[in-house]
Design a protein around this ligand. Structure first.
Ligand code: ADP
Ligand code: SF4
Length: 694
């Protein structure tokens, strides 16, 4: 690689020893969920391999179950249950080693955080407890000393298999409230009176024993890392960072590396709406001084200057990243080659966590190739040059049009992008002006930066195109990326036909609010039948501007789908703290001039809520008139090919628009790819059954 990096960043490229192995730089992709796990081994290997290719010196797996007595079904995590799992892991290791990076495996035993729905055996934990984090009619059973001995044996077996698979770093995991080792540490959960409960020394005994077992088992053939939650974020009743300070006095020298994170997944992976870069610093600061072993920590780091500060100030030895490595697998190599402006910065939307939480392969708003490396053959940086170059007009400069133009430009097409308004960015630019969504701007900035560098792509602003105008030019292909429009008639999940709306009523849609229109009067009812972030954000916006706001939702809680982005609890808390009146399990059935008619979704009991204005956040219609117009004008004659992309095809998330833009550019000259989705084989080795360790 042509190394022209800024000398300020040299420190980030120093090699660092981790016990018996050495990382070639300080960029460390910490374990993160991928929604692929045991089900999609080939896709997983390709995805992790791309991270190594992009310069991450350490690339880790996600959570990897060591035994079926703690299995996360229906979630799709990694498995190291038996020898049959080794070939799939070898694939991952080989893909990482192919680029000279170290491969790390996060062995996990989640105990009372798993329901064992597949295995059906009761989960276990430090005591007889209801399952953590879910309202399931399942209890965890208190572990006996025999259970503890079993767990230690199973962990050893998993370590042995990890070595056979070729991993360089083996994790002992005590984080995210997803580990029995952490459950034992917690005074909230561990009420034992035997040698494993009581004082911190006793509560940490299981962690110490497993660390010692792991060190013994690897016997210098791999490094041993310990990932732990430094604070449960539950206040004095829980395990706190003071406990971690004392713990480091007890076992600080045991593992070869400490990987520090915070609380549960919701505390660790805070969206940009609720936390900034480096959000864990105040907790992790000072811990490194309590051990001689290298320390990795996370904080949605995308700024090389912040990274350098973390190292120089002695807070971290490694820059840990999950999301920044998902948004840009090539972040390290871009810093190394002095291409800072090419970094595709994570926007902190947490769409990446929705893969794991919906049991589907990982996806990313900024990086459309994430999860598609193997099954569609997309790469975050490399684009196959088209063998049939031609001129493309892309109409609409939103996320879909911008990505289509960028990707088609990189594939070697001549591209003209036209946008009706004075600025590129579409909904991403408009929504970035709302409370907490400023990072949405990065979707636009990254792509406009790329377009500027492509001499074969031009764009024109303030160019609202009609079908006739487009056909006046000589383009081989037209991509219509004209976006979507929010409905004004109440149609969404609850209503499949328009609801009665008094013509005198002041009704607004998200488009109106984004255009700067504001409700009349004082009391606004927001009807959220969209269930993603916008209705909650508008409630925050309007209450901040002095309105009284009632948010009505047919769902049990606000912004319901954001359970999948780990934000729902924070959104509900913020709206309640702002005194938004939340009316759940209720639909708005009709809008009158001064109130709305509501209906309980369970009982159909009707009610009324006074409203000076109503904001309907329900669903959208595609802006597909232009495409229809073009098709009518062409009408079988020898005109350009017409493609509809992004929200104009089918309204969705910004992530889905970006992905569709890339898909258009990838498949334009290869229509045969459209029907192909490479499937993983379910087993890599056809010689089952493998005995499960008992
Ligand atoms: P998507 O997420 O699919 O990209 P957006 O709504 O964010 O959708 O963006 C659509 C963009 O298309 C907007 O910036 C809009 O101004 C632009 N647009 C819509 N109609 C036309 C048109 N006829 N000519 C040019 N630009 C258009
Ligand atoms: Fe960042 Fe969003 Fe991509 Fe996740 S999905 S890595 S939060 S940009």
């Amino acid at each position: 690689m042509d190394v022209t990096r800024d000398p300020r960043y040299d420190i980030l490229f120093e090699p660092v020893r981790i016990g018996p192995v050495t990382a070639r730089n300080r960029f460390y992709q910490v374990p993160h969920a991928d929604g692929m796990g045991y089900r999609d081994p080939s896709a997983l290997a390709a995805m992790r391999g791309v991270k190594a290719e992009g310069g991450w010196a350490v690339v880790s797996t996600g959570e990897t179950e060591i035994h079926p007595s703690s299995e996360a079904s229906p979630y799709v995590e990694g498995r190291m249950w038996d020898d049959g799992d080794i070939p799939a892991h070898r694939l991952v290791v080989e893909a990482i080693h192919a680029h000279n990076s170290l491969a790390a495996v996060e062995l996990s035993y989640a105990g009372m955080a798993t329901a064992n729905l597949y295995a059906r055996t009761p989960p276990v934990g430090p005591g007889h407890h209801a399952l953590d984090g879910r309202y399931a009619p399942i209890q965890a059973r208190e572990m006996t000393l025999d259970d503890i001995a079993d767990l230690r044996r199973w962990h050893r077996m998993a370590v042995r298999r990890s070595l056979e698979a070729g991993y360089d770093i083996v994790y002992v995991y005590a984080g995210h409230s997803l580990s029995t080792l952490q459950h034992f540490l917690s005074p909230r959960l561990n009420h034992r009176t035997d040698a494993y409960g009581g004082s911190l020394e006793s509560r940490s005994r299981l962690l110490r024993e497993i660390l010692e077992d792991t060190l013994d088992e690897v016997d210098g053939a791999a490094a041993v890392a310990c990932r732990m939650a430094v604070d449960e974020m539950l206040g004095p009743g829980g395990y706190t960072v003071d406990d971690t300070r004392r713990l480091l006095g007890l076992i600080g020298e045991l593992p070869d590396l400490w990987d520090f994170m915070l609380g549960e997944w919701e505390d660790d992976t805070v969206s940009a709406r609720f936390g900034d870069e480096g959000g864990q610093e105040e907790y992790v600061q000072g811990l490194k001084a309590l051990t001689t072993k290298p320390v990795v920590g996370v904080g949605r780091f995308t700024s090389p200057d912040t990274m350098v500060r973390m190292i120089r100030q002695g807070i971290l030895d490694f820059i840990g990243a999950a999301r920044p490595s998902i948004a840009d697998p090539f972040l390290p190599s871009k810093v190394e080659s002095g291409r800072i402006e090419d970094i595709r910065e994570c926007i902190g939307c947490n769409v990446c966590t929705t893969g794991d939480l919906t049991m589907t392969p990982i996806r990313c708003t900024q990086n459309p190739s994430m999860g598609e490396e193997w099954r569609r053959g997309w790469h975050p940086e490399r684009f196959t040059r088209t063998t049939r170059p031609g001129k493309i007009m892309i109409v609409g400069g939103g996320p879909a049009g911008l990505e289509a133009a960028t990707a088609a430009g990189k594939r070697g097409y001549e591209v003209v992008l036209v946008e009706a308004t004075r600025e590129l960015g579409g909904r991403a630019r408009r929504e970035a002006t709302l409370p907490g969504l400023a990072t949405w701007r990065r979707v636009v900035d990254y792509r406009t930066g790329q377009l500027d560098a492509l001499s074969n792509v031009d764009f024109y602003l303030e160019s609202a195109m009609t079908g006739e105008e487009i056909l006046d030019y000589d383009f081989a292909h037209i991509a219509v990326a004209t976006g979507s429009t929010w409905r004004r008639d109440g149609v969404g999940h609850a209503h499949r036909r328009p609801i009665p709306i008094d013509p005198e009523a002041d009704v607004l849609t998200p488009d109106d609010l984004l255009d700067g229109r504001r409700p009349h009067g004082h009391h606004v009812v927001i009807f959220d039948d969209d269930h993603y972030y916008l209705a909650g954000v508008f409630a925050e916006l309007l209450i901040g501007e002095g309105y009284a706001v009632t948010l009505v939702t047919p769902a049990p809680d606000v912004s319901h789908w954001t359970h999948n982005t780990l934000e729902q609890g924070r959104i509900q808390r913020r709206l309640l703290q702002l005194d938004v009146d939340i009316v759940a399990n209720t639909a708005v059935d009709a809008v009158d001039a001064s109130d709305v008619t509501t209906r309980c979704v369970f009982t159909d009991r009707m009610g009324r809520i006074p409203a000076d204005s109503v904001v309907l956040v329900t669903s959208r219609l595609p802006n597909d008139a232009l495409a229809a117009d073009l098709r009518r004008l062409i009408d079988g004659s020898d005109g350009p090919s017409v493609h509809v992309v992004g929200d104009a095809f089918s309204p969705g998330t910004i992530q889905s628009s970006v992905w569709d833009g890339r898909r258009f550019a990838e498949e334009l000259d290869r229509p045969d790819l459209r029907s192909i989705l490479r499937r993983n084989v379910s087993s890599l080795d056809p010689v089952p059954p493998y005995p499960i360790t008992r």
